[in-house]
Design a protein around this ligand. Structure first.
Ligand SMILES: Cc1ncc(COP(=O)(O)O)c(C=O)c1O
Length: 302
């Protein structure tokens, strides 16, 4: 049997046992990092989050992450209770408390806070938001290209929990991932409401066909920061790139496929629904885009 894997697989790092976690203004040892059972995030998945990566002492694309966080909070009518510089200060304080310099990943979460009673109405959250930053040492480690399976769970329309929101509630994506695992794959490839290939449960999805790079129109998927950087890099380097509708027929027949996300940057896809994609290994275009992205990170996090 092939080893179970996910796109967020990292090298074991014993230092992560001793990390300190930011909880509402205090940076405390992992064992003491707690939120209330009445917290809106725990009880209802009512919150938003960002995943950020530290390279060479700098948080990559910090402005874009802050834009997306504040936009998402506004969309769910959640007052973060801190301005942008204060959120960035919290991130840096957590980094300093953990003495982290590179290859670290932060999950910055803001929920509607502790509720008065165990019910859904947002007005029951009276004490202000809860903010948590979990920062771990992490270096992605993938022993082989990822295997995907398509699943019945769709990327929904914007009026039912807009899939652009990085909400705490990820149940649709989790159900998709479970279905993919039960089909023997690592992660799920999700279609949009029209049956076009859209994204995976945790990353954005690209195919390469005859020297062209294709990704979805951007509707129904997370507005991934890495996705946009890859599109920009293609444009700047004369690699034809298209945001378009395409089907599973185009996907199975692709020369290469890869995923994008802050954690793994570009992850090669080896197979989809048991069909080998291209050679089944890291392809030359994915390799080129990886190198361009690595250069971009070096410039951004100099
Ligand atoms: C569903 C989903 N797709 C894609 C991404 C990748 O986005 P980014 O490149 O901004 O990390 C994420 C990351 O949070 C996600 O949750």
């Amino acid at each position: 049997m092939t080893e179970k894997m996910s796109t967020h697989q990292a090298e074991e790092d014993v230092r992560n046992e001793g990390i300190r976690i930011y909880v509402d203004g205090r940076v405390v040892p992992k064992a003491d990092a707690m939120v209330s059972v009445y917290d809106s995030g725990f009880m209802l998945g009512d919150g938003v989050w960002e995943g950020l990566r530290l390279y060479n002492g700098a948080w990559a694309f910090l402005d874009e992450h802050m834009d997306r966080l504040f936009e998402a909070a506004k969309a769910i009518d959640l007052d973060i209770g801190m301005d942008r510089p204060s959120v960035i200060a919290a991130l840096r304080d957590t980094q300093a408390a953990n003495d982290m310099h590179t290859d670290a990943h932060a999950r910055l979460m803001v929920t509607r806070g502790v509720k008065m009673r165990p019910f859904q109405h947002p007005s029951l959250s009276k004490s202000g938001p809860t903010m948590v930053i979990i920062m771990e040492h992490s270096r992605p480690r993938l022993p082989r290209p990822i295997q995907l399976a398509t699943v019945p769970h769709l990327r929904g329309l914007p009026m039912t929990q807009d899939p652009k929101l990085n909400s705490h509630s990820k149940l649709n994506c989790i159900l998709a991932c479970i279905a993919a695992e039960k089909a023997g794959a690592d992660e799920a490839l999700m279609l949009d409401v029209n049956g076009f290939v859209n994204t995976t449960n945790a990353c954005n999805f690209f195919v390469v066909r005859k020297g062209e790079v294709w990704t979805s129109t951007g509707d129904y998927c997370m507005n991934g920061i890495t996705r946009q950087k890859v599109i920009n890099l293609c444009r700047e380097n004369d690699i034809p790139v298209h945001e378009r509708n395409y089907s599973l027929v185009d996907t199975y027949g692709a020369d290469e496929a890869f995923l994008t996300g802050t954690f793994g940057a570009q992850t090669p896809v080896g197979s989809i629904d048991g069909r080998r994609i291209g050679s089944g290994e890291l392809g030359p275009m994915t390799e080129r885009i990886r190198a361009l992205y690595k250069d971009l990170i070096e410039r951004e996090c100099a």
